[in-house]
Design a protein around this ligand. Structure first.
Ligand SMILES: NC(=O)c1ccc[n+]([C@@H]2O[C@H](COP(=O)([O-])OP(=O)(O)OC[C@H]3O[C@@H](n4cnc5c(N)ncnc54)[C@H](OP(=O)(O)O)[C@@H]3O)[C@@H](O)[C@H]2O)c1
Length: 336
């Protein structure tokens, strides 16, 4: 049988690791990227084809979707036109009797509360209960993209297999890629700039997390599950959501995270005092960027019930070891 053709839109920190695993499994992978250097990097990782473009090139994305059996979107959780372009391509394939697997990347920001560091929430979201996720407001982060996907999915029914991966805080690096995540590096850069490691409010709120290599494996486990499950399977049709976390009931608080960052930077001789402190409001501009906007200080507790039931389990080092041994050296090398 001919190898299946996979399109990865956004082969970045997450997507490049998915690409590596799929190439190892002999999928024929096309990478959609916007920079020449990045295109050359993923070509060296085994991408069969590199297509250059921007997410706003919707006709190109629809055409590419039509030509691929499987699509991953891992460029951003917030770009509706590129998602609609994929869904158009999936509909065109369905009209000619071709099924498509589409795994979209969302984010657990959709579960955030407004704790601002004041407390640890009791609210835990489980991905085997779709109604828990659907109960968040349509105005919650990423829902302006996820809700249209869910609607399109209902219309397509058994003609396509569409899933939404919802990652929490991702940590860790792939040393071959040299790419960093968002949350811990942002807090580390804040500490380097201000001379102390910080948290919002009292830092008591907690967040689920996962190593980037563990979540890349989870995407592949999910892909295999979708490939092997009949398209009219009731659970597949009913619930599109998959969380992925390694932290279980041990989610670290933002204060614990700040303590590890402070300690690691102190040991590295970068800051003189390891003690974490509250970030003053007038310094919020250094942690709240476009992507990380509402993350810091809020609770988000999620459980990967479905992936664990499929046999997936995290195997990589935890966030503390990963930060001290892998991420911090790369952050210091890349500079702030
Ligand atoms: N990392 C996390 O902790 C995390 C957690 C939850 C959810 N997410 C969601 O997952 C998404 C991907 O995360 P990531 O950490 O893998 O980010 P990333 O490393 O920045 O990867 C995104 C990739 O998409 C490409 N891209 C972005 N905008 C594009 C555009 N307009 N046109 C073409 N290509 C574009 C980027 O290209 P360049 O290489 O040229 O920048 C990059 O290669 C995030 O945006 C977020 O919504 C991430």
């Amino acid at each position: 049988m001919a190898s299946k053709k996979v399109l990865i839109i956004g082969a970045g920190y997450i997507g490049w690791n998915i690409l590596d695993l799929l190439v190892q499994e002999n999928y024929v992978v096309t990478g959609f990227v916007r920079r020449k250097e990045h295109g050359e990097q993923i070509k060296a990782s085994g991408a069969s084809e590199v297509v250059y473009g921007d997410l706003s090139d919707t006709a190109k994305i629809t055409g590419l979707t039509v030509a691929h059996d499987i699509v991953f979107h891992a460029a951003t959780a917030d770009h509706l036109p590129s998602v609609e372009a994929i869904l158009d391509g999936i509909r065109q394939r369905a009209d000619t009797g071709l099924s498509t697997i589409y795994i979209h990347t969302s984010g657990t920001a959709l579960t955030l509360d407004d704790a601002r560091g004041a407390f640890k929430s009791d609210k835990v979201y489980h991905d085997n209960v779709a109604s828990e996720i659907d109960s968040v407001s349509d105005g919650a982060p990423h829902r302006q993209v996820d809700v249209p996907i869910v609607k399109a999915r209902k219309q397509l029914g058994a003609k396509a297999k569409i899933a939404i991966m919802i990652p929490p805080t991702i940590y860790g690096i792939n040393p071959k890629h040299g790419r960093l995540s968002m949350q811990l590096p942002t807090l580390a850069r804040f500490a380097i700039k201000h001379g102390f490691s910080g948290y919002v409010g009292d830092g008591l709120s907690v967040h689920s997390n996962i190593h980037v290599l563990d979540i890349a494996r989870a995407y592949v486990v999910l892909l295999h599950h979708l490939e092997s499950t009949p398209s009219d399977d009731a659970m597949l049709l009913h619930n599109p959501y998959y969380f992925c976390e390694t932290s279980g009931d041990n989610e670290p608080s933002w204060k614990e995270i700040a303590a590890v960052i402070g300690d690691s930077l102190h040991k590295a001789g970068v800051i003189s005092d390891p003690t974490p402190r509250t970030i003053p409001g007038d310094a919020y501009g250094d942690i709240y960027g476009a992507e990380t906007d509402v993350f810091f200080g809020m609770n988000s507790r999620t459980r990967a019930v479905r992936l664990r039931a499929l046999g997936w389990a995290p195997v990589e080092k935890d966030w503390k070891a990963s930060f001290a041994e892998d991420e911090l050296p790369l952050i210091l090398k890349q500079g702030i």
